[in-house]
Design a protein around this ligand. Sequence first.
Ligand code: PNS
Length: 162
Amino acid sequence: MIKAIYPGSFDPITYGHLDIIERGLGVFDHVVVAVAHNIEKRGLFNLEERKALIQEAVRDHSRVTVDSFEGLLVDYVERVGGNVIIRGLRATSDFEYEFHMASINRHLNERFDTFFMMTAKDYFFVSSRTIKEVAMLGGSVKGLVPENVERALKIKFKTLVD
Ligand code: PNS
């Protein structure tokens, strides 16, 4: 059984992420969506909110679990018995960062390889950062994020403004 770990900030999860999860299921037996807990990087959604949003978005997939981790990714992968790391690549601009990350992870623990999947063409321009900006400025993010995320963004920005 091949357990793939899909790590990220997921602040919040987008359809681009969901596409990678679903395609990952076509290749690997189990996908663990692992939300990184980064104390230095305060997000819009807290860790529990991010996990709950992902959980709801993947509720129809029995071979997906949602978890979070602190510290080094490779230590987490080892701890949960993961075999591979998966990441999505949107464009060449992602490549350098991803190449460095995969290389340092291989240096830290050469048992784990990173598998990259090209983001679907429909979500090439989608990132959590731009989604937050568009939503904050009142633009529509329909069709780019799951509906529960769309609702959560509306509530979050209304709460922040009020
Ligand atoms: O969605 P992101 O922000 O691009 O995800 C980056 C993430 C969380 C996968 C990466 O920062 C990470 O693995 N953090 C855990 C700490 C770690 O292992 N660092 C060494 C590799 S850069």
